[in-house]
Design a protein around this ligand. Structure first.
Ligand code: HEM
Length: 138
């Protein structure tokens, strides 16, 4: 199954539940991640993470320039928030666990492998924005 289909099928079933479940678990399990979300509107954050995931999947599938520009800028925002790169692996592990839970019978090793590749590519692209000046992406 292609990843865009995997994500679409989850979102058709659950809408905002995936991101909400993810944040509930990641914040409960990791104080070092939770510290960055003090005072953040988690309803908005859940909605915007879903858009982030759609961008990650689309970039993985088609390597679009617009998605690349978004991911580098998103990385730069995280850099300005002083979010250490070391927090990303556990953020991704929790995210994959939530995606697995909501995938139900769609989940298999191949889908997991693709999700991990897509998220790794998304994070590597975000890390291009981990510099003082937002790089121009063309
Ligand atoms: C796959 C990796 C990640 C993705 C796709 C992602 C996605 C996003 C998106 C889409 C936003 C909203 C940006 C906006 O409002 O314009 C955001 C904000 C934020 N992210 Fe991430 N994120 C990732 C990793 C992380 C990690 C590891 C942390 C660790 C603490 C983190 C903490 C935050 C915080 C604190 C905000 C700002 C919330 C606010 O002040 O409104 N993110 N992220």
């Amino acid at each position: 199954m292609e990843l865009d289909k995997s994500l679409d099928r989850i979102l058709e079933r659950t809408d905002a539940e995936l991101a909400k479940h993810f944040y509930d678990t990641v914040l409960a399990n990791h104080d070092d991640i939770a510290a960055f979300f003090d005072g953040v509107d988690m309803w908005y954050q859940s909605a915007i993470l879903t858009i982030g995931l759609q961008t990650v999947v689309r970039y993985y599938r088609f390597r679009g320039k617009m998605q690349r520009r978004f991911l580098v800028a998103l990385g730069h925002l995280h850099y300005t928030l002083r979010i250490p790169k070391s927090l990303y692996p556990k953020f991704i592990d929790s995210l994959v666990a939530s995606i697995k839970m909501f995938s139900e019978e769609d989940w298999n090793e191949e889908v997991e492998q693709q999700w991990r590749e897509a998220l790794d590519l998304g994070v590597d692209t975000m890390f291009e924005g981990y510099v003082e000046e937002l790089p121009i992406v063309d």
